[in-house]
Design a protein around this ligand. Structure first.
Ligand SMILES: CC(C)(COP(=O)(O)OP(=O)(O)OC[C@H]1O[C@@H](n2cnc3c(N)ncnc32)[C@H](O)[C@@H]1OP(=O)(O)O)[C@@H](O)C(=O)NCCC(=O)NCCS
Length: 150
């Protein structure tokens, strides 16, 4: 049976393994920074475990205090990471994780949950919609380097 619970400090290695699986190109110091920012925001992390206690998925929710596209409230909880290992997908575990996040956010008094997905991640977009997320916009991000003056 799969269970979903709040992450504990002793879960850090399994949580990091799952983070690395979701974001394989993310350097170690960036993982550390994101974890620190997530905790500082007042967010939460949920871990899904199989019947042997193996970590098989996670969901990270931060509290965003800047404006989030399509939301009506600030601050707003934001699903920063949502991942289930491939062999356990399409069995309702992603749904369990989002329901745990939603219940947690409701207890904090929030009325909305925001999220995002890469434009080409069609599976994740469909999964979000099946879970009741409405699409509120599509974005392309840009950065321009400001050249140093000689
Ligand atoms: C997105 C993800 C977490 C979903 O996890 P999951 O355990 O497969 O999700 P569930 O089985 O609970 O499915 C939830 C709903 O979405 C639907 N769904 C899930 N994956 C889908 C897909 N690839 N295509 C279409 N629908 C999908 C399910 O049918 C289900 O709807 P239903 O209950 O109405 O039938 C998982 O696919 C994943 O880890 N993907 C890679 C990481 C990722 O893209 N994360 C999101 C961005 S951070």
């Amino acid at each position: 049976m799969t269970t979903v619970r709040l992450v504990q400090p002793s879960d850090d290695p399994q949580w990091l393994d799952l983070r690395r699986a979701l974001w394989p190109d993310c350097p170690a110091d960036r993982h550390a920074l994101e974890v620190q920012q997530l905790c500082a925001s007042g967010g939460a992390v949920f871990l899904a475990e199989d019947s042997d206690g193996r970590a098989i998925g996670f969901a990270e929710v931060s509290i965003r205090r800047d404006h989030v596209e399509g939301t009506t409230e600030t601050p707003v909880p934001y699903l920063e990471g949502w991942y289930v290992i491939p062999e356990y997908r399409r069995q309702g575990i992603g749904r369990m994780l989002v329901e745990a996040v939603e219940a947690w956010a409701r207890r904090q008094g929030f009325t909305e949950l925001a999220s995002d997905s890469e434009l080409e991640n069609h599976g994740a977009i469909r999964a979000h919609k099946r879970l009741g997320f409405r699409e509120v916009g599509r974005e392309v991000h840009f950065v321009r380097t400001i050249p140093r003056q000689e």
